[in-house]
Each structure stands twice: as structure tokens, then as C-alpha cells.
Design a protein around this ligand. Sequence first.
Ligand code: 5RP
Length: 293
Amino acid sequence: MADKDGNILAKDYGIGIKPPLQTFPVKGHQSAGWGMQRRLSEIFSDDGRTIMLAFDHGYIMGSTAGLERLDLVIPPLMQYADCLMATRGALRTCIPANHRKAVALRCTADTSVLKDDMSFGTVGVDIEDAIRMNASCMAVQCFVGSEGEIDSLRNLSYYVNNGEKYGIPVLGVVAVGKEMERTTRYFSLATRLLAETGAHIIKTYYCENFEQITAACPVPIVIAGGKKIPEKEALEMAYRAVSEGAAGVDMGRNVLQAECPKAMLRAIRMVVHENAKPEEAFKAYELWKKDVK
Ligand code: 5RP
């Protein structure tokens, strides 16, 4: 019950002081609604960058090296990530809900790697379940230029329309099927197409002339890691990507299959959030690796 009498009188109105200018650090979303901005802020730090740890591979690849036991592998790594990218099945069973990390919820259901053409995905998680799971964003696999392109765009539009309704951003994932080319021209087309269809964040692969792709994409781009490469090279790729305009990384195998995943994620952190040079980050990786052993 509000007190009617005996309250201290309000007097500090700051008359003559202009309201502070509000800035929002995530590219392309300065005028998004408060709920949308709130969720984007869970994903991106104040430097406008993010480190997503991807462990959603099982939904198309089954059990993958380094990801056999998500319940054992992921929790110790979470402290070094900003956002966890996973399926609802993995989250519900392997990740305790009492953490403070953003969640990129893998929402489309896509066909497995056994299929020659994987491009015919469908809506998997519906918007109500994404809300129930408190997703920070909804990840949608998109096959531009494939047979199933229109299915992808239908799925993407479903999530964008519903995401706009409830203030949940969509992460459009540029998929490269077995036959898809990995050229600047292709990634440039696919990233822009997804952004213009309404995706709020784009995940794509690093390629030549990457700065042209980030410049022409009106929303943040995060790079996928792809197949495992030597740790030093993965750090160099992350460094080049952020120096050329990426807003961070969304890496899985290059962390989880590293000799020491925890040290690797910390080293990636140095590159993405501290602008460390790859040589410096690799040196730190080698040191941390010894500590963990
Ligand atoms: C496929 C994906 C993957 O499921 C995963 O997130 C990729 O991570 P990485 O390539 O770094 O292992 O996004 O499109």
C-alpha cells in the first residue's frame, strides 16, 4: 500500500539539464525497440562485439569430435563466451538454466549431412517455445542459391516476422551446402540478401575481400569457424575478420576440437574484445594450455 503521508518531497528535477544522449553499440539497430535492443545487448558487449560458442552441430552432424558430452564439455567453457549457440534439446538436457549468458537458439530443423542436398529446412522451434526458452536470438539456417532457397526464405521470414512481434532478433546463418562456392561474390550476395530479408545478425564464413562484405551488410556479421584448423591459424582468421569489420565470431570446432578448448576460447577473447594481435593471443594460448593440464 502506498504511503499517503510523511514521504520526502520530490525536488531533484535536474531543471536545465538535457537528457543524456542514448547510443546503442550494435550496428544497424540504433532504432530497434527496447526489447530487441535488450536482447542484442545480451549478445553483444559495449564494444559492439561478441564471442558465440557454437555447439549445435549435433542437429545435422550427430555426435561430433569434441562435442560428444555437452554436459561435461560446455559448462567449464561458458565463462569465456558471451553467447551460447545451441539447439533446444542440448540446452534443456545439458546446460543448467541458471547462467547469465546469451542464448542463440538454433530454431530451424535441417536435414542431416547424409543428404546430398541439405537445403530443404523447415521451421523447428516455434515462436512460443523460443519465448519460453528465453532465447536472446533465433538462429535460422539459410541456403541461398540452392534448390531449397525458397524454403529457407520462408523459414527466415517466419522467424523475422515473429521476432519483430516479440522483440527477439534473428541470426541468419549462411549455409554452404556441399556444392556451394565460398567466394566473395557468393558471401556478399547471401549476407546482404539475409539482412534485407530482415535478419538482425548474420553468420557467415571468412573469405577474401571480407571488408567489402562487412561494409555492405547493414547488420553485424559474425564468422563461423568451420572445420578445425591449427589454433594459430584460427586466431589469425578471427583477427583478420574483426579487423575487417566483423562483430565477432561464432565458433564451434575450432574451440571444441582444440588441444585445450578453454585456453583457445580465452585466446579468442583476447583477439575479439582486447584487439590483441594473433601472435600475442597464441602465446597466451600456449601458456594457458600448460596451466590447464
Ligand atoms: C552450420 C553451423 C554449425 O552448426 C555450427 O554452428 C558451426 O560452427 P563451426 O563451423 O565453427 O564448427 O552454423 O551452419
